[in-house]
Design a protein around this ligand. Structure first.
Ligand SMILES: [Zn+2]
Length: 307
């Protein structure tokens, strides 16, 4: 799609935001920013190995066509970051609860795996009746194993890479790591069931808390030069971690942020956001996106180097 004018792009962005319900991940901008920051932070050897895996994925040609940059490997790597969300709208794939679609070459299975994107850690440490929903840490552990072992085979590793890029991003969105439970142990599904009044949105004030946080990193059409510049601005933020840390650590951070920032001061059935809340939320989202990118780079360096 060739979007020529800023007005057209702005209109499309509003349309996408207005029609994407329920939103279930950092939007595409968050994932592309994380992937761009990771690519720039990775050493050459890791980029080469990642580029080879991305090129072995069955949807490589789609990614190349969608993101025409000077460096095709980087363009495809960045597009791969949203693949686990893209397949939610792709008829080749099926929801976990639906009849299975036809097995295609290069894919271990054709499921959309909606439960891989999150984990519902109970918020405010209230004991609940059922265990947390979602499979993010379990699947991250499997993807790390698959990518780190050469004998997993190139097809399995090429399938695992977009998932890993994506889930490192999701694990840094605090609302992918918690659910707030009520007295009857009903969860709010990471803020998907909590409606808020957002006076800072130009057109649509009412939205879920989850959608609000998903959209903080930027508009979903962000690509090319604008994406590069936005990634550059973000890369000036925050500290540089010495190691990727563990998934457990990222999820613990998410829980703490959910308690201290995401749900902080939200009162009433449909809370109205204050400017202080909005500023803090924007800053937190920016920091999480850049931290996810830096950690992803360190993790991939560990998994892909010398292969
Ligand atoms: Zn996701």
């Amino acid at each position: 799609m060739n979007l020529r004018t800023a007005a057209t792009r702005a209109l499309l962005a509003c349309t996408l935001i207005a029609t994407s319900a329920p939103v279930l991940a950092w939007n595409a901008a968050g994932h592309r920013l994380t992937a761009t920051i990771a690519w720039q932070a990775m050493d050459e050897e890791t980029r080469t190995a990642a580029g080879r895996l991305v090129a072995a994925h069955p949807d490589y040609a789609i990614w190349l066509a969608r993101n025409r940059t000077e460096d095709p490997a980087q363009g495809a790597f960045v597009e791969a970051s949203t693949w686990p969300d893209d397949i939610r709208r792709d008829a080749r794939f099926h929801d976990d609860s639906d009849a299975e679609t036809r097995q295609l070459p290069g894919f271990p299975d054709m499921a959309r795996h909606g439960r891989w994107h999150y984990i519902d850690q109970p918020l405010f440490a209230k004991p609940v009746q059922r265990p947390g929903d979602g499979e993010l840490p379990l699947r991250m552990a499997q993807l790390v194993r698959t990518l780190g072992q050469r004998d997993s085979g190139i097809a399995a590793r090429a399938y695992a890479l977009p998932w890993l890029i994506h889930l490192v991003g999701d694990a840094h969105q605090p609302l992918h790591t918690v659910s707030r439970y009520d007295e009857e142990a009903r969860g709010d599904e990471g803020g998907n069931r909590l409606w808020i009044d957002n006076p800072f949105h130009p057109r649509r004030r009412e939205m879920t808390l989850h959608a609000y946080w998903d959209d903080l990193p930027g508009p979903p059409w962000l690509r090319g030069d604008r994406l590069g510049k936005a990634a550059e601005r973000l890369a000036a933020l925050g500290h540089r971690p010495e190691s990727a840390g563990s998934v457990g650590q990222w999820l613990k951070e998410g829980q703490t942020l959910a308690e201290n920032v995401v749900y902080e001061g939200l009162e009433g059935d449909v809370p109205t956001l204050t400017s202080a809340y909005h500023e803090r939320a924007q800053r937190t989202a920016n920091e999480r996106v850049v931290l996810a990118g830096r950690r992803l780079a360190l993790l991939l360096e560990k998994l892909l180097r010398q292969q």
